[in-house]
Write a protein that binds this ligand. Structure first.
Ligand code: ME8
Length: 513
Protein backbone atom coordinates (compact mmCIF):
# COMPACT_ATOMS: atom_id res chain seq x y z
CA UNK A 1 0.00 0.00 0.00
CA UNK A 2 1.36 3.43 -0.93
CA UNK A 3 1.33 5.81 2.00
CA UNK A 4 0.32 9.30 0.91
CA UNK A 5 2.66 12.06 1.96
CA UNK A 6 2.06 15.58 3.20
CA UNK A 7 4.61 18.40 3.32
CA UNK A 8 3.59 21.49 5.26
CA UNK A 9 5.44 24.62 6.32
CA UNK A 10 5.17 27.57 8.67
CA UNK A 11 6.81 30.91 7.95
CA UNK A 12 10.39 31.02 9.13
CA UNK A 13 10.38 33.67 11.82
CA UNK A 14 12.80 36.57 12.04
CA UNK A 15 15.59 35.77 14.43
CA UNK A 16 15.56 39.41 15.53
CA UNK A 17 12.86 39.04 18.17
CA UNK A 18 11.48 36.67 20.78
CA UNK A 19 8.77 34.16 19.86
CA UNK A 20 5.33 35.43 20.84
CA UNK A 21 1.78 34.20 20.72
CA UNK A 22 1.37 35.13 17.02
CA UNK A 23 4.29 32.90 16.03
CA UNK A 24 2.98 30.27 18.41
CA UNK A 25 -0.40 30.38 16.70
CA UNK A 26 0.96 29.67 13.20
CA UNK A 27 3.22 26.96 14.50
CA UNK A 28 0.54 25.27 16.60
CA UNK A 29 -1.87 25.43 13.66
CA UNK A 30 0.72 23.64 11.54
CA UNK A 31 1.41 21.19 14.34
CA UNK A 32 -2.27 20.34 14.70
CA UNK A 33 -2.54 19.66 10.97
CA UNK A 34 0.69 17.63 11.00
CA UNK A 35 -0.53 15.52 13.90
CA UNK A 36 -3.93 15.10 12.30
CA UNK A 37 -2.37 13.90 9.05
CA UNK A 38 -0.07 11.50 10.89
CA UNK A 39 -3.04 10.10 12.78
CA UNK A 40 -4.72 9.56 9.44
CA UNK A 41 -1.70 7.48 8.44
CA UNK A 42 0.10 9.96 6.16
CA UNK A 43 3.84 10.39 5.89
CA UNK A 44 4.28 13.99 7.07
CA UNK A 45 7.15 16.44 6.65
CA UNK A 46 6.55 19.44 8.90
CA UNK A 47 9.01 22.31 8.46
CA UNK A 48 9.60 25.41 10.55
CA UNK A 49 12.65 27.53 11.30
CA UNK A 50 14.21 30.98 11.48
CA UNK A 51 14.87 33.72 8.93
CA UNK A 52 18.35 34.96 9.72
CA UNK A 53 19.61 37.37 7.08
CA UNK A 54 18.90 40.99 6.19
CA UNK A 55 18.96 44.48 7.49
CA UNK A 56 16.58 43.83 10.37
CA UNK A 57 18.83 41.15 11.87
CA UNK A 58 21.97 43.16 11.13
CA UNK A 59 20.55 46.17 12.98
CA UNK A 60 19.08 44.18 15.89
CA UNK A 61 22.43 42.47 16.46
CA UNK A 62 24.34 45.75 16.30
CA UNK A 63 21.93 47.31 18.79
CA UNK A 64 22.67 44.49 21.24
CA UNK A 65 26.40 44.58 20.63
CA UNK A 66 26.35 41.11 19.10
CA UNK A 67 27.53 39.71 15.80
CA UNK A 68 24.57 38.80 13.55
CA UNK A 69 25.25 35.08 13.76
CA UNK A 70 25.61 35.30 17.52
CA UNK A 71 22.16 36.86 17.75
CA UNK A 72 20.72 34.25 15.38
CA UNK A 73 22.21 31.36 17.35
CA UNK A 74 20.66 32.76 20.48
CA UNK A 75 17.25 33.40 18.96
CA UNK A 76 17.03 30.17 16.97
CA UNK A 77 17.60 28.49 20.34
CA UNK A 78 14.76 30.50 21.84
CA UNK A 79 12.38 29.47 19.10
CA UNK A 80 13.38 25.83 19.37
CA UNK A 81 12.91 25.94 23.09
CA UNK A 82 9.49 27.58 22.77
CA UNK A 83 8.42 24.92 20.28
CA UNK A 84 9.60 22.16 22.58
CA UNK A 85 7.60 23.66 25.43
CA UNK A 86 4.54 23.97 23.21
CA UNK A 87 4.78 20.35 22.10
CA UNK A 88 5.52 21.17 18.45
CA UNK A 89 6.31 18.03 16.45
CA UNK A 90 8.20 19.56 13.51
CA UNK A 91 10.42 17.21 11.54
CA UNK A 92 12.92 19.87 10.54
CA UNK A 93 13.98 23.24 11.93
CA UNK A 94 15.72 25.15 9.17
CA UNK A 95 17.98 28.16 9.62
CA UNK A 96 18.76 30.28 6.59
CA UNK A 97 22.39 30.57 7.69
CA UNK A 98 22.88 26.81 7.15
CA UNK A 99 25.42 25.94 4.48
CA UNK A 100 22.96 23.71 2.65
CA UNK A 101 20.41 26.49 2.36
CA UNK A 102 22.98 29.03 1.22
CA UNK A 103 24.07 26.66 -1.54
CA UNK A 104 20.48 26.06 -2.66
CA UNK A 105 19.75 29.80 -2.77
CA UNK A 106 22.78 30.36 -4.97
CA UNK A 107 21.84 27.49 -7.27
CA UNK A 108 18.28 28.82 -7.49
CA UNK A 109 19.46 32.32 -8.41
CA UNK A 110 21.90 30.97 -10.97
CA UNK A 111 19.07 29.04 -12.53
CA UNK A 112 16.90 32.16 -12.77
CA UNK A 113 19.81 33.92 -14.44
CA UNK A 114 20.48 31.05 -16.89
CA UNK A 115 16.79 31.17 -17.77
CA UNK A 116 17.18 34.83 -18.72
CA UNK A 117 15.05 36.36 -15.96
CA UNK A 118 17.68 38.48 -14.18
CA UNK A 119 19.01 41.95 -15.02
CA UNK A 120 20.69 44.86 -13.19
CA UNK A 121 19.18 48.29 -12.77
CA UNK A 122 19.12 51.39 -10.64
CA UNK A 123 16.39 51.30 -8.02
CA UNK A 124 14.67 54.12 -6.25
CA UNK A 125 12.00 53.36 -3.71
CA UNK A 126 10.64 53.39 -0.17
CA UNK A 127 12.00 50.62 2.02
CA UNK A 128 10.63 49.40 5.34
CA UNK A 129 13.21 47.60 7.46
CA UNK A 130 10.39 46.33 9.69
CA UNK A 131 8.77 44.44 6.80
CA UNK A 132 12.04 44.03 4.85
CA UNK A 133 10.44 45.19 1.62
CA UNK A 134 9.80 48.12 -0.66
CA UNK A 135 6.43 49.77 -0.83
CA UNK A 136 5.00 51.99 -3.54
CA UNK A 137 4.27 55.66 -3.05
CA UNK A 138 0.59 54.78 -3.01
CA UNK A 139 1.01 52.08 -0.37
CA UNK A 140 2.90 54.30 2.08
CA UNK A 141 0.35 57.10 1.71
CA UNK A 142 0.83 60.75 2.63
CA UNK A 143 2.25 59.89 6.10
CA UNK A 144 4.97 57.75 4.56
CA UNK A 145 4.69 54.76 6.88
CA UNK A 146 4.75 51.06 6.13
CA UNK A 147 1.14 50.00 5.57
CA UNK A 148 1.41 46.79 7.65
CA UNK A 149 2.76 47.92 11.03
CA UNK A 150 2.87 51.66 10.55
CA UNK A 151 6.67 51.71 10.96
CA UNK A 152 9.09 54.07 9.23
CA UNK A 153 10.16 53.78 5.58
CA UNK A 154 13.37 55.10 4.08
CA UNK A 155 14.06 56.49 0.63
CA UNK A 156 16.66 54.35 -1.10
CA UNK A 157 18.46 54.76 -4.42
CA UNK A 158 20.95 52.09 -5.43
CA UNK A 159 21.96 49.40 -7.90
CA UNK A 160 19.94 46.18 -7.53
CA UNK A 161 19.58 43.03 -9.55
CA UNK A 162 16.02 42.34 -10.66
CA UNK A 163 13.90 39.29 -11.38
CA UNK A 164 11.50 39.69 -14.31
CA UNK A 165 8.45 39.00 -12.16
CA UNK A 166 6.26 41.01 -14.52
CA UNK A 167 6.60 38.32 -17.20
CA UNK A 168 4.70 35.87 -15.01
CA UNK A 169 1.72 38.02 -14.12
CA UNK A 170 -0.72 36.47 -16.61
CA UNK A 171 0.34 32.94 -15.82
CA UNK A 172 -0.11 33.57 -12.11
CA UNK A 173 -3.56 35.11 -12.56
CA UNK A 174 -4.59 32.13 -14.67
CA UNK A 175 -3.33 29.73 -12.03
CA UNK A 176 -5.31 31.47 -9.30
CA UNK A 177 -8.44 31.60 -11.41
CA UNK A 178 -8.22 27.97 -12.49
CA UNK A 179 -7.56 26.79 -8.93
CA UNK A 180 -10.13 28.52 -6.73
CA UNK A 181 -8.92 26.65 -3.63
CA UNK A 182 -5.25 27.44 -4.14
CA UNK A 183 -5.30 30.44 -1.82
CA UNK A 184 -7.58 30.09 1.20
CA UNK A 185 -9.60 31.70 2.62
CA UNK A 186 -11.41 33.33 -0.28
CA UNK A 187 -10.95 36.88 1.07
CA UNK A 188 -7.19 36.46 0.77
CA UNK A 189 -7.53 35.06 -2.73
CA UNK A 190 -9.55 38.10 -3.75
CA UNK A 191 -6.98 40.36 -2.18
CA UNK A 192 -4.20 38.75 -4.23
CA UNK A 193 -6.25 38.97 -7.41
CA UNK A 194 -6.90 42.63 -6.59
CA UNK A 195 -3.16 43.21 -6.21
CA UNK A 196 -2.62 41.49 -9.57
CA UNK A 197 -5.15 43.84 -11.14
CA UNK A 198 -2.32 46.40 -11.29
CA UNK A 199 0.67 45.82 -13.56
CA UNK A 200 3.14 43.63 -11.69
CA UNK A 201 6.58 45.21 -11.33
CA UNK A 202 9.85 43.34 -11.49
CA UNK A 203 11.26 42.23 -8.16
CA UNK A 204 14.50 43.59 -6.80
CA UNK A 205 16.39 40.51 -5.58
CA UNK A 206 19.62 42.01 -4.24
CA UNK A 207 21.05 44.74 -2.05
CA UNK A 208 24.50 46.33 -2.24
CA UNK A 209 26.81 44.78 0.26
CA UNK A 210 28.07 48.22 1.17
CA UNK A 211 24.69 48.87 2.81
CA UNK A 212 23.77 45.37 3.99
CA UNK A 213 26.54 42.92 4.56
CA UNK A 214 24.45 40.25 6.30
CA UNK A 215 23.14 38.17 3.43
CA UNK A 216 23.98 35.56 0.83
CA UNK A 217 26.29 36.99 -1.87
CA UNK A 218 24.96 36.64 -5.42
CA UNK A 219 26.87 33.92 -7.27
CA UNK A 220 27.77 36.31 -10.11
CA UNK A 221 28.22 39.60 -8.21
CA UNK A 222 29.77 39.37 -4.77
CA UNK A 223 29.18 43.09 -4.18
CA UNK A 224 25.49 42.31 -3.82
CA UNK A 225 23.68 40.11 -1.31
CA UNK A 226 20.41 38.29 -1.89
CA UNK A 227 17.25 40.13 -0.88
CA UNK A 228 16.17 38.50 2.37
CA UNK A 229 12.68 37.57 1.18
CA UNK A 230 14.04 35.68 -1.81
CA UNK A 231 16.55 33.95 0.46
CA UNK A 232 13.82 33.13 3.00
CA UNK A 233 11.17 31.79 0.60
CA UNK A 234 13.66 29.36 -0.92
CA UNK A 235 13.91 27.61 2.46
CA UNK A 236 10.82 25.63 1.51
CA UNK A 237 12.66 24.14 -1.44
CA UNK A 238 15.89 23.59 0.50
CA UNK A 239 14.14 21.43 3.06
CA UNK A 240 12.29 19.46 0.40
CA UNK A 241 15.48 18.10 -1.14
CA UNK A 242 14.34 19.13 -4.64
CA UNK A 243 17.57 20.93 -5.48
CA UNK A 244 21.04 19.44 -5.32
CA UNK A 245 23.47 22.36 -5.48
CA UNK A 246 26.45 20.01 -5.73
CA UNK A 247 25.25 18.50 -9.03
CA UNK A 248 26.20 19.92 -12.42
CA UNK A 249 23.96 22.83 -13.46
CA UNK A 250 21.77 20.69 -15.74
CA UNK A 251 21.24 18.02 -13.06
CA UNK A 252 20.38 20.17 -10.08
CA UNK A 253 16.68 19.39 -10.16
CA UNK A 254 15.14 22.34 -11.99
CA UNK A 255 12.92 22.22 -15.05
CA UNK A 256 13.24 18.95 -16.95
CA UNK A 257 15.47 17.21 -14.42
CA UNK A 258 13.30 16.96 -11.28
CA UNK A 259 14.80 15.05 -8.38
CA UNK A 260 12.74 12.72 -6.22
CA UNK A 261 11.87 14.96 -3.28
CA UNK A 262 9.07 16.29 -1.07
CA UNK A 263 8.51 19.21 -3.43
CA UNK A 264 5.95 20.66 -4.11
CA UNK A 265 4.78 21.53 -0.62
CA UNK A 266 1.20 20.51 0.08
CA UNK A 267 0.54 23.49 2.30
CA UNK A 268 2.23 26.79 3.08
CA UNK A 269 0.77 28.31 6.23
CA UNK A 270 1.28 31.95 7.21
CA UNK A 271 -0.36 35.07 8.57
CA UNK A 272 -2.16 37.42 6.21
CA UNK A 273 0.65 39.98 6.58
CA UNK A 274 2.85 37.93 4.27
CA UNK A 275 0.36 36.70 1.70
CA UNK A 276 1.83 38.83 -1.12
CA UNK A 277 5.32 37.43 -0.73
CA UNK A 278 3.92 33.87 -0.63
CA UNK A 279 1.24 34.14 -3.29
CA UNK A 280 3.00 36.48 -5.74
CA UNK A 281 6.78 36.59 -5.28
CA UNK A 282 7.16 32.92 -4.46
CA UNK A 283 5.11 31.30 -7.22
CA UNK A 284 6.64 33.57 -9.88
CA UNK A 285 10.15 32.76 -8.63
CA UNK A 286 9.27 29.07 -8.84
CA UNK A 287 7.95 29.53 -12.38
CA UNK A 288 11.18 31.29 -13.29
CA UNK A 289 13.28 28.45 -11.91
CA UNK A 290 11.10 25.75 -13.48
CA UNK A 291 9.75 24.20 -10.30
CA UNK A 292 6.13 23.26 -9.61
CA UNK A 293 4.00 25.54 -7.42
CA UNK A 294 2.95 24.62 -3.87
CA UNK A 295 -0.45 22.93 -3.73
CA UNK A 296 -2.09 25.27 -1.27
CA UNK A 297 -1.53 28.55 0.56
CA UNK A 298 -3.44 29.21 3.75
CA UNK A 299 -3.23 32.70 5.24
CA UNK A 300 -4.67 32.98 8.71
CA UNK A 301 -5.78 36.10 10.55
CA UNK A 302 -4.09 38.11 13.27
CA UNK A 303 -4.27 37.97 16.99
CA UNK A 304 -5.09 41.47 17.95
CA UNK A 305 -5.16 43.30 21.24
CA UNK A 306 -7.94 45.86 21.37
CA UNK A 307 -8.01 46.73 17.68
CA UNK A 308 -4.34 46.61 16.78
CA UNK A 309 -2.24 43.68 15.60
CA UNK A 310 -0.15 42.13 18.28
CA UNK A 311 3.39 42.87 17.26
CA UNK A 312 6.80 43.27 18.69
CA UNK A 313 7.28 46.74 17.25
CA UNK A 314 4.01 47.88 18.83
CA UNK A 315 5.01 46.30 22.15
CA UNK A 316 1.66 44.68 22.99
CA UNK A 317 2.62 41.02 22.70
CA UNK A 318 1.36 38.28 24.95
CA UNK A 319 4.00 35.78 25.94
CA UNK A 320 2.51 32.29 25.56
CA UNK A 321 5.05 30.95 28.01
CA UNK A 322 3.51 32.95 30.85
CA UNK A 323 0.17 31.27 30.21
CA UNK A 324 1.76 27.85 29.95
CA UNK A 325 3.28 28.11 33.39
CA UNK A 326 -0.15 28.46 34.91
CA UNK A 327 -2.48 26.53 32.63
CA UNK A 328 -0.26 24.04 30.83
CA UNK A 329 0.63 23.74 27.18
CA UNK A 330 -2.48 21.99 25.98
CA UNK A 331 -4.76 24.66 27.40
CA UNK A 332 -2.89 27.34 25.44
CA UNK A 333 -3.04 25.25 22.28
CA UNK A 334 -6.75 24.66 22.82
CA UNK A 335 -7.48 28.34 23.34
CA UNK A 336 -5.61 29.40 20.20
CA UNK A 337 -7.19 26.78 17.96
CA UNK A 338 -10.70 26.90 19.35
CA UNK A 339 -11.03 30.65 19.75
CA UNK A 340 -9.83 31.93 16.37
CA UNK A 341 -12.04 31.02 13.40
CA UNK A 342 -9.29 29.84 11.04
CA UNK A 343 -8.58 32.67 8.61
CA UNK A 344 -10.18 35.48 10.58
CA UNK A 345 -8.77 37.84 13.19
CA UNK A 346 -9.39 37.23 16.86
CA UNK A 347 -8.83 39.32 19.89
CA UNK A 348 -6.78 37.98 22.76
CA UNK A 349 -8.41 38.62 26.12
CA UNK A 350 -7.70 36.97 29.48
CA UNK A 351 -11.47 36.54 30.00
CA UNK A 352 -11.89 34.51 26.80
CA UNK A 353 -8.85 32.49 27.71
CA UNK A 354 -10.47 31.55 31.00
CA UNK A 355 -13.77 30.74 29.30
CA UNK A 356 -12.01 28.33 26.98
CA UNK A 357 -10.09 26.81 29.85
CA UNK A 358 -13.32 26.27 31.77
CA UNK A 359 -14.76 24.51 28.75
CA UNK A 360 -11.86 22.05 28.82
CA UNK A 361 -12.11 21.62 32.55
CA UNK A 362 -15.89 21.47 33.02
CA UNK A 363 -16.85 19.48 29.94
CA UNK A 364 -13.96 17.32 28.80
CA UNK A 365 -12.05 17.07 32.08
CA UNK A 366 -15.21 16.49 34.05
CA UNK A 367 -16.38 13.72 31.73
CA UNK A 368 -13.06 11.95 32.11
CA UNK A 369 -13.11 12.26 35.88
CA UNK A 370 -16.70 11.14 36.30
CA UNK A 371 -16.34 8.17 33.98
CA UNK A 372 -13.13 6.88 35.48
CA UNK A 373 -14.39 7.40 39.04
CA UNK A 374 -17.59 5.46 38.34
CA UNK A 375 -15.63 2.60 36.80
CA UNK A 376 -13.55 2.52 39.96
CA UNK A 377 -16.51 2.73 42.29
CA UNK A 378 -18.92 0.38 40.55
CA UNK A 379 -16.65 -2.03 38.72
CA UNK A 380 -13.45 -2.21 40.75
CA UNK A 381 -11.58 -0.04 38.27
CA UNK A 382 -11.99 -2.37 35.29
CA UNK A 383 -14.00 -1.38 32.21
CA UNK A 384 -16.93 -3.82 32.15
CA UNK A 385 -17.74 -6.08 29.19
CA UNK A 386 -20.93 -4.23 28.26
CA UNK A 387 -22.06 -2.90 24.89
CA UNK A 388 -20.00 0.07 23.68
CA UNK A 389 -22.42 1.45 21.14
CA UNK A 390 -24.66 3.56 23.39
CA UNK A 391 -23.44 6.76 21.67
CA UNK A 392 -22.64 5.29 18.25
CA UNK A 393 -24.65 7.71 16.05
CA UNK A 394 -23.49 10.76 18.05
CA UNK A 395 -19.89 9.57 17.83
CA UNK A 396 -19.93 9.01 14.10
CA UNK A 397 -21.52 12.43 13.56
CA UNK A 398 -18.88 14.04 15.75
CA UNK A 399 -16.03 12.28 13.98
CA UNK A 400 -17.42 13.29 10.58
CA UNK A 401 -17.81 16.93 11.69
CA UNK A 402 -14.36 16.88 13.16
CA UNK A 403 -12.75 15.53 10.00
CA UNK A 404 -14.66 17.99 7.83
CA UNK A 405 -13.38 20.81 10.04
CA UNK A 406 -9.76 19.74 10.00
CA UNK A 407 -9.66 18.89 6.32
CA UNK A 408 -11.57 22.01 5.30
CA UNK A 409 -9.22 24.28 7.32
CA UNK A 410 -11.93 25.18 9.80
CA UNK A 411 -10.18 23.90 12.87
CA UNK A 412 -12.39 25.77 15.30
CA UNK A 413 -15.41 23.88 13.91
CA UNK A 414 -13.59 20.57 14.01
CA UNK A 415 -12.67 20.98 17.66
CA UNK A 416 -16.12 22.27 18.52
CA UNK A 417 -17.45 18.96 17.18
CA UNK A 418 -15.05 17.07 19.46
CA UNK A 419 -16.12 19.13 22.46
CA UNK A 420 -19.77 18.56 21.56
CA UNK A 421 -19.21 14.84 21.78
CA UNK A 422 -17.86 15.28 25.32
CA UNK A 423 -20.89 17.42 26.14
CA UNK A 424 -23.22 14.76 24.73
CA UNK A 425 -21.48 12.09 26.80
CA UNK A 426 -22.01 14.17 29.93
CA UNK A 427 -25.69 14.35 29.02
CA UNK A 428 -25.70 10.58 28.57
CA UNK A 429 -24.47 10.17 32.14
CA UNK A 430 -27.33 12.38 33.35
CA UNK A 431 -29.98 10.38 31.51
CA UNK A 432 -28.59 6.93 32.31
CA UNK A 433 -27.98 7.76 36.00
CA UNK A 434 -25.34 5.10 36.68
CA UNK A 435 -25.68 5.79 40.43
CA UNK A 436 -29.33 4.69 40.25
CA UNK A 437 -28.48 1.65 38.12
CA UNK A 438 -25.88 0.63 40.70
CA UNK A 439 -28.55 0.53 43.40
CA UNK A 440 -31.09 -1.37 41.37
CA UNK A 441 -31.03 -5.16 41.62
CA UNK A 442 -31.75 -5.43 37.86
CA UNK A 443 -29.42 -2.59 36.83
CA UNK A 444 -26.14 -4.49 36.36
CA UNK A 445 -26.30 -5.07 32.63
CA UNK A 446 -27.41 -1.55 31.87
CA UNK A 447 -24.65 -0.20 34.07
CA UNK A 448 -22.08 -2.32 32.20
CA UNK A 449 -23.35 -0.94 28.89
CA UNK A 450 -23.27 2.63 30.17
CA UNK A 451 -19.74 2.44 31.54
CA UNK A 452 -18.39 0.55 28.53
CA UNK A 453 -19.97 3.11 26.21
CA UNK A 454 -18.46 5.98 28.18
CA UNK A 455 -15.01 4.39 28.27
CA UNK A 456 -15.17 3.79 24.53
CA UNK A 457 -16.19 7.42 24.02
CA UNK A 458 -13.17 8.52 26.04
CA UNK A 459 -10.90 6.52 23.74
CA UNK A 460 -12.48 8.29 20.77
CA UNK A 461 -12.07 11.66 22.44
CA UNK A 462 -8.41 10.94 23.15
CA UNK A 463 -7.95 10.41 19.43
CA UNK A 464 -9.88 13.55 18.43
CA UNK A 465 -8.12 15.74 20.99
CA UNK A 466 -4.62 14.44 20.32
CA UNK A 467 -3.74 16.93 17.55
CA UNK A 468 -4.64 19.91 19.74
CA UNK A 469 -3.95 18.57 23.23
CA UNK A 470 -1.33 15.86 22.69
CA UNK A 471 -0.13 15.56 26.28
CA UNK A 472 -3.58 15.34 27.84
CA UNK A 473 -4.74 12.92 25.15
CA UNK A 474 -1.82 10.61 25.85
CA UNK A 475 -2.46 10.88 29.57
CA UNK A 476 -6.08 9.95 28.99
CA UNK A 477 -5.12 6.96 26.84
CA UNK A 478 -2.81 5.73 29.61
CA UNK A 479 -5.53 6.12 32.22
CA UNK A 480 -7.75 3.95 30.05
CA UNK A 481 -5.07 1.29 30.08
CA UNK A 482 -4.11 1.91 26.43
CA UNK A 483 -0.51 1.98 25.39
CA UNK A 484 -1.05 5.01 23.13
CA UNK A 485 -3.74 7.19 21.60
CA UNK A 486 -5.52 5.20 18.88
CA UNK A 487 -5.22 6.43 15.26
CA UNK A 488 -8.46 7.19 13.40
CA UNK A 489 -8.30 3.88 11.55
CA UNK A 490 -7.68 2.00 14.77
CA UNK A 491 -10.68 3.40 16.62
CA UNK A 492 -13.18 0.84 15.41
CA UNK A 493 -10.88 -1.97 16.54
CA UNK A 494 -9.95 -0.34 19.86
CA UNK A 495 -11.54 -2.26 22.72
CA UNK A 496 -11.08 -0.86 26.18
CA UNK A 497 -13.26 -3.48 27.88
CA UNK A 498 -11.39 -5.43 30.51
CA UNK A 499 -8.81 -2.64 30.84
CA UNK A 500 -7.81 -1.50 34.31
CA UNK A 501 -8.29 2.27 34.53
CA UNK A 502 -6.56 4.90 36.65
CA UNK A 503 -8.58 7.80 37.99
CA UNK A 504 -5.72 10.18 38.80
CA UNK A 505 -5.94 13.92 39.45
CA UNK A 506 -8.17 16.11 37.25
CA UNK A 507 -6.83 16.40 33.69
CA UNK A 508 -7.39 20.16 33.84
CA UNK A 509 -7.03 21.34 37.41
CA UNK A 510 -8.68 24.41 38.84
CA UNK A 511 -6.42 27.44 38.46
CA UNK A 512 -6.85 30.25 40.94
CA UNK A 513 -7.45 33.52 39.10
O1 ME8 B 1 7.42 37.72 8.34
N1 ME8 B 1 -1.24 37.08 14.85
O2 ME8 B 1 8.64 36.70 10.01
P1 ME8 B 1 7.94 37.23 11.34
C1 ME8 B 1 -1.11 35.95 14.15
N2 ME8 B 1 10.56 36.11 8.34
N3 ME8 B 1 0.06 35.55 13.61
C2 ME8 B 1 1.13 36.32 13.80
C3 ME8 B 1 1.07 37.52 14.53
C4 ME8 B 1 -0.20 37.89 15.08
N4 ME8 B 1 -0.37 38.98 15.80
N5 ME8 B 1 2.29 38.07 14.56
C5 ME8 B 1 3.11 37.22 13.86
C6 ME8 B 1 8.37 37.06 8.72
N6 ME8 B 1 2.41 36.16 13.41
C7 ME8 B 1 9.33 36.44 7.72
C8 ME8 B 1 8.68 35.22 7.10
S1 ME8 B 1 8.67 33.13 5.43
C9 ME8 B 1 9.53 32.64 4.09
C10 ME8 B 1 9.49 34.55 6.03
C11 ME8 B 1 2.94 35.01 12.65
O3 ME8 B 1 8.84 36.81 12.45
C12 ME8 B 1 2.26 34.91 11.28
O4 ME8 B 1 2.46 33.62 10.78
O5 ME8 B 1 7.57 38.64 11.21
C13 ME8 B 1 3.08 35.88 10.48
O6 ME8 B 1 2.93 35.65 9.09
C14 ME8 B 1 4.47 35.53 10.97
O7 ME8 B 1 4.30 35.27 12.37
C15 ME8 B 1 5.47 36.66 10.75
O8 ME8 B 1 6.65 36.32 11.43
Amino acid sequence: MRVSSFYLTTPIYYASGEPHIGHAYSTILADVLARYRRRAGEDVLFLTGTDEHGQKIQEAAAAQGLGPLELCDLMAGRFEEAWRTLGISHDRFIRTTEAEHIAVVRAFLERLRENGFIYASEYTGWYSVGQERYFTEKEIGPDRVDPIAGGPVERIREKNWFFRMSLFQDRLIRHIEENPEWIVPRTRRNEVLGFLGQPLEDLSISRPRSRIHWGIPLPWDSDQVTYVWVDALINYVTASGAVDPAASPGERGFGDSPRPSRWPADLHLMGKDIITTHAVYWPTLLMGAGLPLPRKILAHGWWIVGDTKMSKSIGNVVDPLDLIDRFGTDAVRWYLMREMPTGQDASYTPERFLTRYDELRNIFGNLVHRTLSMIRRYRDGVVPHGRTDGLAPETSDAVAGYRRGLEGHRLHDGFAAAMDLARTANGYIETREPWTLARRSDGAEELDDTLATLAHTLATLASLFEPVAPRKARELAHRLGLYDVPGFDELAATDVRGMPVTVGPPLFPRVEP
